[in-house]
Design a protein around this ligand. Sequence first.
Ligand SMILES: [Fe+2]
Ligand SMILES: [Fe+2]
Length: 273
Amino acid sequence: MEVDRRLFLATLGAGALDLMSPEDKAEALEHYMEGKLDDMVSARDGAEPMLYMPDGEAIALAELQQEGSRSPRGTGRLFMPRAQEFAPMSEKPTLAEFFEKRFAPANHVLQSATHALETGQPERTILACLMHDVVLNLIKVDHGWWGAQLIEPYVEERISWGIRYHAPLRFYPDESVGYEYPELYNRIFGEDYVPEPYITKAYEFAKDHRYYMEARMITVNDTYAFEEGKVVSIDPFIGIIGRHFKQPKEGLGYDNSPSAHMWRTIAHPNRPL
Ligand SMILES: [Fe+2]
Ligand SMILES: [Fe+2]
């Protein structure tokens, strides 16, 4: 994907770059690219972007922007202005239903999982790639950690572990698997980019861990998942989800797991309190 530096910087607002930490900048860039992919898919609908308030009132996004409103950059997509009301969820929603009604178009994670599938990687890696960024719909801050917690009760440890540490590992190359430091980060933020100390610590911990490659392969597949115009589908992954994601019989959000509330929040972003 081509990133226009000026357009990207414009989304951050005047002067914001000076106030942002290097980690904030890298997050902002990645989410800008993912958002752009999804926007291109959504744009086919042709609808004017609207913000649906909790009481059902709809406000045109253009109207809000005129007033200079700005959501914090760590806000998940589900809480941003949107073109359509949320589709109602069933009583016992499955992961596939979340993909269809809350994560869609999910182009980036589907591309990443498709790359893992097409290059013959293990099913657990394919599932990890499929799930590695879905939590961005809920929250963007520290998305590796949030994303791991979201699925931890339902997958083998290696999958959620990999998702947790893909976030810090992005910033560190590993020649053994052909993962180079993303040139894009250099181009946008300059050569002197340095991750925050807690990111460095997490990387130091992860690189000597027996599960290191679980996280590393997510970063590898990540770099092949920003292709414009790529058509992808959840269909090839339904079987893998069935084999590796322990779908609760009560439905995601209603099984009293440690992350059930996160799934309920994703299912009902309009529900206050
Ligand atoms: Fe990510
Ligand atoms: Fe990603």
